[in-house]
Design a protein around this ligand. Structure first.
Ligand code: NAD
Length: 250
């Protein structure tokens, strides 16, 4: 345990599994009170209970990020329970189906954008004023290497992730004078439940896109995220930071 985030409260959307859970654990181990907001409230409460059992402070709440009101309630709960909100990790996301743009179901395009891009807007919309009210803080938006690269068969996902980077730059320009740093993290492919539908051929192909020759771990993404949220990153504002095993260097 360290005390780097002692006295800070963090909201992590999609914090019940994968990268979000690793981030929530990493922040709690460094002293933050963590509010895990998940689409499935039981999973969020279970993740929070696990972190509490490990000696951290955490609360699980039910919130679908595609619904602005639910995000507002999660932020209100964080402020009511822990007194203020200083940090936000806008991480909730889905993979969506695969399909060529000409064949991709429009309803699925809307569904992926609603969670992966509009969900990040909802999270920024409600967390930024709360963080300003707390006297300042920092935000990380979970983008992807597919925010800076196309990927055949994933039109909605790549659109959402590119959009997150634009939203990050704009929010950073707006909120830097108010004491909030906003940055985006771009993971390469990471071993999480998000990739559960990848078969052996898809895994081999995707692995070949990473010069490191492997997928990343949620903990590797959590480490960069924690750094960007910390005071060590005090001059880092509006950036996109890759943690992708070299994928985007090609
Ligand atoms: P994951 O499936 O383990 O975690 C995603 C979490 O988001 C889950 O807990 C899920 O319940 C939650 N969620 C989904 N839709 C939601 C909604 N509408 N409202 C609230 N919560 C919702 O997957 P992960 O890999 O940990 O993904 C986390 C983030 O990292 C996503 O934004 C994803 O796009 C991004 N990412 C993942 C990879 C990867 O290869 N795994 C690579 C780059 C970026």
């Amino acid at each position: 345990m360290s005390t780097e985030f002692e006295g800070k409260t963090a909201l992590v959307t999609g914090g019940s599994s994968g990268i979000g859970l690793a981030v929530a654990r990493r922040l709690a181990r460094a002293g933050a009170a963590v509010v895990i907001a998940g689409r499935d409230g039981d999973n969020a409460r279970k993740a929070a209970a696990d972190i509490t059992a490990e000696g951290g402070r955490a609360l699980g709440v039910s919130a679908d990020v595609s619904d602005a009101d639910q995000v507002a309630r999660a932020v209100d709960t964080a402020v009511d329970v822990f007194g203020a909100l200083h940090l936000a990790v806008n991480n909730a996301g889905i993979a969506g189906p695969r399909g060529l743009t000409g064949e991709f179901p429009p309803a699925e395009f809307h569904r992926v954008i609603s969670t992966n891009l509009i969900g990040v807007f909802h999270s920024l919309h409600h967390t930024l004023p709360a963080i300003v009210a707390a006297g300042g803080g920092a935000v990380v938006n979970m983008a992807s290497v597919l925010g800076v690269r196309g990927f055949a068969g994933s039109p909605a996902y790549t659109t959402a992730k590119h959009g997150i980077i634009g939203l990050t730059k704009t929010a950073a320009l707006e909120y830097a004078p108010l004491g909030v740093r906003v940055n985006a993290v771009g993971p390469g492919f990471v071993e999480t439940p998000l990739l559960k539908d990848f078969d052996a051929d898809a895994r081999a192909y995707v692995t070949s896109l990473h010069p490191a020759g492997r997928f990343g771990t949620p903990e590797e993404v959590a480490e960069l995220t924690a750094f960007l949220l910390s005071d060590k990153a005090s001059f880092m504002q509006g950036g996109y930071y890759a943690v992708d095993g070299g994928y985007a260097a090609a």
